[in-house]
Ligand binder design. Structure first.
Ligand code: AHR
Length: 862
């Protein structure tokens, strides 16, 4: 351990100073040869080996990758072939590499030290069938870099650049001018790459960065299963916490919120209470990118019986956004069109369901249509009959009351008259939605979400906001207005988004649960992992369409907040909400790859919103991790532009959360505020349990401590339907009839229901000073200025009890009792819930914190 700490110290010195300032050890060379090469696994990226004699090569960090390609989607792309490294005139290292066999692009990234790499770019030199084995050298005579490459047809090409941003027109060149690599024998065999002579400090920095990485990785892997060994012989710990009421500081009262994304069937088939699947016949092969041949307009529908045909037509649709509808041609009545719902249709005895359908007769005479809810065993649960008149589309409505409780009923539409009729937008909605909203939310799920007491809701994603390719960007305007005119689309998580849960419903839901809306719009670029429809993140909305896109973002603010006389405010009013929604936050971008393409578009959007709506807090994006080039560059852009807040994301192992509680203690308070928009602790092999929840609870004490800079946070993802999950862990699992909040939910709920707007620092004194012990005991004290309640949160992640005394001097208690919520149990458990009791309280508050426990104490003060 000492050595590691020493290494960290040395690394800090070597990173902060130039090579000559580093104290040299006796046996260190002045300079060495550094060999750069590609890993055998192309997704693993750039590696290094060093040698003092060009004979014996030592791979740095045992194959550690220093730069990975970020081009294209995970799985099929993100590959680096033939990296070529050169030290530039600008004292930066420049690396170029080829990406695949098909795209006519190569990649470039630069670094000041070979450890930290700046944003990537993907120049397109145009000539050749593809770009293979690029090479680069500086041409002193011309003052520019020459880049050469070959292609699959064996031709050679060259382009030049001064800045790796602008490139000259590409020319075909003779083979003799092609810049080729060197070959060396590494322990793993013959490898091609480049050899450079570098100061030892350069190689040493690479080596030390690997050691630091290993140290941090080991911290990440810490689990309670090692506790018997890690804490062998550990005795119960005494702890005193002295609360410093006089040092109270204001903190954000928006810290605890939620992140809703339509992932894991969270919307259709989930929170959105519609019971009919594919009600609009708009399911499309493309929703699943052609991988499921049954995923088409007829999905979830079945014709049962004979003498009737069921076809899909698009000749005269209800609306251009809703092209497909069903045509039933009946010779003799008896057959039914059956919808299976989302894993069946759950109905409850005595409850009422609103049925509606757009229908039109295609024959001369009116026809009758029987509508029934039927159990799997054929019992009729509810029934009605409607008349379908010839002519234009008409909406027909009926109320069905279920005569029994059934988990998996089906809806049947049975034409009773011979002839042709067309049906579309076939809907069955429980009347019992959350707050009885029409087109509203599933009551039990919504209540579970509301119980978190979220201060805000971020929506509609995540990746779903910026979409899989340009054509899949989520456009809020497509999701408002009459349901039949909304534009359904492919959900990037590989299913269908009906847009029934659209922006109006999101905003309405926020209002219903007392949370601020936080819509996230794409920053003019789709998801960096886009695999659908071409060049993904490396593209971006064409500049000649950006003004229109920026206007869409401005229109969103007008739609939410504008007067009823404004163009967009009027639409909101027509939808049933004349009062403004009081939108205060708009997220722009989600985990985007920070490229020039991104920066240009983000800046346009940010500046436009800032100019027209300076009162709106724009939340920028700083990549998917807590470190790396997107994080650094995202922060740089935000600081440069004065973006008020940035959205950080990290999904990490429990050990990371325990070992990084000082993450925000180090943040510069003069820079943008932080929204920790997505985080969750996972086990080494994925999943979550009480251990991960406790690590979140302990980390949340550090978020409260830093809630002067961390203004908002949301665990992610929120919802997951059993049998349809694309992501694990999630906060709340559910099926059609049950809601199953996880232990992570319990922690979030305790924080959400017990947050404050003032933080009172506490000095901790432990009888055991081991670092591992200190990191596992944490306190956070906040006060809610409205209720005057003082809330003390105590986490004990040790396998032994902590006998705690919390000194509340200078705080005047209003009574002698407090409410204690306690979670305690085995770290591997998944079903621990808080137990709430009343306990006596006094200025010197003594509490035994049980092993592996989370305690929240709420007391009244004067
Ligand atoms: O929360 C699931 C996904 O994780 C989000 O869509 C994305 O932002 C992140 O990568």
């Amino acid at each position: 351990m000492k050595r590691i700490l020493g290494l960290i110290g040395m690394l800090a010195v070597s990173l902060a100073s130039n090579a000559s300032a580093v104290n040299k050890l006796v046996d260190e060379p002045d300079s060495v040869y550094l060999f750069s090469y590609a890993s055998n696994n192309p997704t693993h990226g750039l590696q290094f080996a060093w040698s003092s004699n060009k004979q014996n090569w030592f791979p740095v960090g045992n194959g550690q990758s220093f730069l990975k390609s970020d081009f294209g989607p995970w799985g099929s792309q993100k590959k680096m072939y033939s990296p070529y490294l050169v030290y530039g005139q600008d004292e930066m290292w420049h690396c170029i590499w080829s990406l695949n066999n098909t795209d006519k692009v190569f990649a470039h990234a630069a670094s000041p030290n070979l450890v930290d790499w700046n944003r990537q770019s993907y120049p397109e030199p145009k000539l050749g069938s593809n770009v293979l084995r690029p090479g680069v050298k500086y041409d002193k005579s011309q003052g520019n870099y020459i880049i050469t490459y070959t292609d699959s047809q064996g031709k050679f090409f060259a382009t030049t650049t001064r800045d790796f941003k602008n490139y000259s027109a590409t020319k075909e060149i003779p083979a003799s001018q092609y810049i080729s690599s060197a070959t060396v024998i590494l322990p793993s065999g013959e490898t091609s790459g480049q050899i450079q002579r570098v100061a030892w400090a350069t190689a040493d920095r690479l080596i030390k960065s690997c050691e630091l990485k290993q140290y941090k990785n080991a911290q990440r892997e810490e689990t309670t299963s090692q506790d018997a060994q890690r804490f062998a012989g550990l005795k119960p710990v005494d702890a005193t916490f002295t609360v410093q009421a006089d040092k109270a500081k204001p903190i954000s009262n928006m810290l605890m919120g939620i992140f809703f994304e339509d992932i894991n069937y969270a919307a259709d088939g989930g929170l959105y209470a519609e019971l009919i699947q594919n009600r609009d016949f708009e399911y499309n092969l493309h929703d699943k990118r052609g991988r499921d041949k049954t995923w088409n307009s007829t999905h979830s529908w079945l014709l049962k019986g004979e003498n009737t045909s069921f076809t899909i037509d698009s000749v005269s649709p209800i609306h251009a956004n809703n092209l497909h509808y069903a045509v039933l041609d009946t010779k003799t009545s008896g057959a039914s069109l059956v919808n299976a719902g989302f894993d069946g249709i759950p109905v409850k005895k005595g409850e009422k369901y609103n049925f509606s359908v757009f229908a039109k007769g295609l024959s001369a005479q009116s026809g009758k249509l029987k509508v029934r809810l039927v159990s799997k065993s054929g019992d009729v649960l509810a029934e009605t009959a409607l008349t379908v008149a010839p002519g234009a589309w008409k909406t027909l409505k009926a109320t069905l009351t279920a005569n029994a409780t059934v988990k998996d009923a089906q809806l049947e539409l049975q034409p009773l008259t011979a002839g042709r009729l067309a049906v579309d937008m076939i809907s069955l909605f429980p009347q019992n939605t959350y707050k009885a909203r029409k087109n509203g939310m599933r009551a039990d799920l919504a209540q579970t979400v509301a119980d978190l007491r979220p201060r805000f809701v971020r929506f509609p994603g995540g990746c779903a906001s910026h979409g899989d390719g340009l054509g899949n960007i989520y456009h809020w305007k497509n999701t408002i207005g009459p349901l039949e005119a909304r534009k359904p689309q492919r959900n990037l998580w590989n299913y269908h988004q009906s847009a029934g849960l659209g922006y109006f419903e999101y905003f309405q839901f926020c209002e219903d649960i007392g949370a601020a809306p936080l819509p996230v719009v794409a920053a003019g670029v789709p998801c960096q992992n886009s695999g659908d429809g071409g060049n993904g993140q490396q593209g971006g909305i064409p500049m000649d369409q950006m003004d229109e896109y920026v206007q869409d973002v401005l229109d969103l603010v007008e739609w939410a907040n504008g007067d009823v006389n404004t163009k967009w405010g009027k639409l909101r009013a027509q939808a049933g909400h004349p009062k403004p929604f009081n939108l205060k936050y708009v997220g722009v971008g989600n985990e985007d790859l920070i490229t020039d393409v991104f920066e240009e578009r983000f800046t346009m959007i940010f500046n436009a919103v800032k100019k027209k709506y300076p009162e709106i807090t724009v939340i920028g994006t700083v990549g998917p991790f807590f470190e790396g080039s997107d994080y650094r560059e995202g922060w740089d852009i935000a600081s440069k532009l004065g973006v008020p807040m940035v959205d950080e994301h990290y999904y990490e192992k429990a050990g990371w959360f325990i070992n990084n509680q000082d993450f925000y203690d180090k943040y510069d308070r003069s820079k943008p505020k932080v929204y920790l928009g997505e985080y969750a602790a996972t086990m080494p092999r994925g999943g979550a349990n009480y251990e991960t929840a406790l690590s979140e609870a302990i980390y949340l004490t550090s978020l409260e401590r830093n809630a002067d800079v961390v203004s908002m946070s949301s665990y992610a993802p929120l919802l997951a339907k059993e049998g349809h999950t694309q992501w694990n862990p999630d906060m709340i699992y559910f099926n059609n009839t049950e809601v199953k909040p996880t232990v992570a939910y319990q922690v979030q709920k305790l924080y959400g229901q017990n947050s404050g707007d003032q933080y009172l620092p506490a000095i901790a004194n432990l009888s055991n000073n081991q670092d591992a012990v200190k990191k596992r005991v944490a306190i956070s004290v906040v006060r809610d200025s409205q209720t005057k309640d003082l809330i003390v949160k105590l986490v004990n992640l040790l396998p032994v009890a902590v006998n705690s005394t919390t000194d509340l001097k200078n705080i005047t208690l209003a009574g002698t009792k407090g409410v204690k919520s306690l979670m305690q149990g085995n770290p591997a458990d998944k079903n621990i819930v808080p137990v709430v009791t009343e306990i006596p309280v006094s200025e010197k508050l003594a509490m035994e914190l049980l092993p592996y426990s989370f305690t929240v104490l709420r007391v009244k003060t004067k």
